[in-house]
Design a protein around this ligand. Structure first.
Ligand SMILES: *Cc1c(COP(=O)(O)O)cnc(C)c1O
Length: 436
């Protein structure tokens, strides 16, 4: 390495790494890596370059944050929050405690899902995208699957119905039109022998809506057709009756009332339903397949199942969530339903307390949304603490936890509906720490 006239002599990598040690809680090997990259730049302020690299590294790590965006299920912030059950113990995930032999990781959860949804059996995989892939592969490989042109959608994150279909080895058979599809359209497709239709797939268009001259065949309309009737529900509302919600939320707001649900889809004649664990269900990332036991059995025996099987880190919280529905403690234990069912009055008093404690900001009416592509047009009345200007960068660096807000109309909005009350003090602290 040459020493040019304008160039500072590069420090030793080790000395540079040690100079960063106080600022970031990063392992020495990581600081060495940052220092080496800084020195490789061969010019300028090596210490500053190394510090920036270390900071970038630090903020790329996954950490806990306070979701004050007002988007209850924020995909960038991990969708549904759920309380961690930290434990270093082993679990009986595949162990039968009664007989002391190998058990199935699905038995207990399938029992809970049967009671909650009325389905004969159930199976859990890593996410709903896996659920759709597995169902198509196990039940329709090499055969036709009829999908309405209005439901041949992209869900987001590159998940497109025609592409997943191709991957699974099933053949997409388009039926109906973009805006109107009837039972007779599906029936006609089924009557064409070359189509060899194994399955009719309904896909919930969770993240968009079509208005106007629109018609779609419901699950009930399609029940009784010859092929397997499968429904990708996406958002995973367990039951339209939502018996876990307090009576003062009745009649339900449209984002619940209009949402197709698992139980009612099974009742209406769906053979298989699929949904996400971390949307309206309010659990960990996973995908649930529920339905006829002979079909669940075929999915469970398919070779892909081994690649898609969830770990106990997902199954244990899922089990807790399902228990909370059955115990009628959902609005306390399932954080999504806790956020969604909080009354505006509660939000007002929490926001006022934050403003008083912080000594800055004011309380404004705001609108929260469900998020995660569920009920895209629906809003929930909320309250926010607002401060003038764009303070989101400073709030992202707040201690003890980054606070993620949003900017609108020249103000920074901290929406209280997506915040757990246990974080109100942390928000007040973050606001207090803002520079004047
Ligand atoms: C969200 C969604 C998916 C994907 O679910 P993941 O759990 O994110 O994999 C698939 N289909 C529909 C209809 C959805 O809404």
């Amino acid at each position: 390495m040459t020493e040019g006239g304008t160039h500072q002599r590069p420090p030793s990598v080790d000395a540079l790494a040690r100079s960063l040690a106080g600022q970031f809680e990063l392992p020495h090997a990581v600081l060495v890596d940052c220092a080496r990259h800084a020195v490789d730049q061969q010019s300028g302020d090596y210490e500053e370059a190394a510090r920036i690299l270390a900071e970038q590294f630090y903020s790329s790590l996954i950490g806990e944050v306070i979701n004050a965006t007002g988007v209850l299920l924020h995909t960038n912030l991990g969708r549904a929050p759920y309380p961690a059950q930290p434990s270093s113990r082993a679990t009986s995930v595949e162990f039968d405690l009664h007989d002391g032999v190998r058990g199935s990781r699905h038995t207990g959860i399938a029992l809970l899902l049967r009671i909650l949804t009325g389905a004969e059996d159930a199976l859990v995989v890593n996410n709903n995208a896996s659920a759709v892939l597995l169902v198509l592969s196990a039940l329709a490989e090499g055969r036709g699957v009829a999908v309405s042109r209005g439901e041949s959608v992209e869900i987001g994150g590159g998940f497109r119905v025609p592409d997943v279909m191709k991957r699974s080895g099933a053949r997409l058979v388009d039926v109906g039109t973009t805006n109107r599809t009837r039972r007779s359209d599906y029936q006609q497709a089924c009557d064409v022998a070359e189509h060899d239709i194994a399955m009719v797939l309904k896909v919930h268009p969770s993240n968009f809506s079509v208005e106007g001259f629109v018609e779609a065949a419901s699950v009930q309309d399609l029940a009784g057709l010859e092929p397997i009737l499968a429904v990708d529900l996406g958002s995973g509302l367990l039951d339209s009756e939502a018996p876990w919600l307090p009576s003062d939320m009745r009649p339900f707001p449209s984002w619940i009332a209009d949402e197709p649900s698992v139980k009612q889809s099974v009742d209406a004649g769906a053979d298989i339903v699929m949904f996400s664990g971390d949307k309206l269900l309010g659990g960990p990332q996973c995908g649930v397949i529920a339905g006829r036991s002979d079909l669940i059995e075929r999915c469970a025996r398919h070779p892909l199942m081994r690649a898609l099987r969830p770990g106990h880190h997902a199954l244990v919280p899922l089990q807790h969530v399902l228990m909370s529905y059955l115990n009628r403690t959902a609005t306390d234990d399932i954080l999504f339903w806790k956020m969604a069912s909080t009354s505006p009055d509660d939000l007002v008093s929490r926001a006022e307390r934050v403003v008083t404690q912080a000594g800055r900001g004011e309380v404004r009416e705001s609108l929260a949304v469900v998020g995660a592509g569920a009920a895209p047009a629906a809003t929930l009345p909320s309250r926010a603490v607002v401060v003038q200007g764009d303070r989101t960068g400073e709030l992202r660096r707040a201690l003890p936890f980054p606070v993620i807000g949003r900017v609108a109309d020249g103000y920074t909005w901290i929406d209280m509906r997506s915040v757990d009350p246990s974080d109100d003090d942390n928000i007040a602290q973050a606001l207090t720490a803002l520079e004047d």
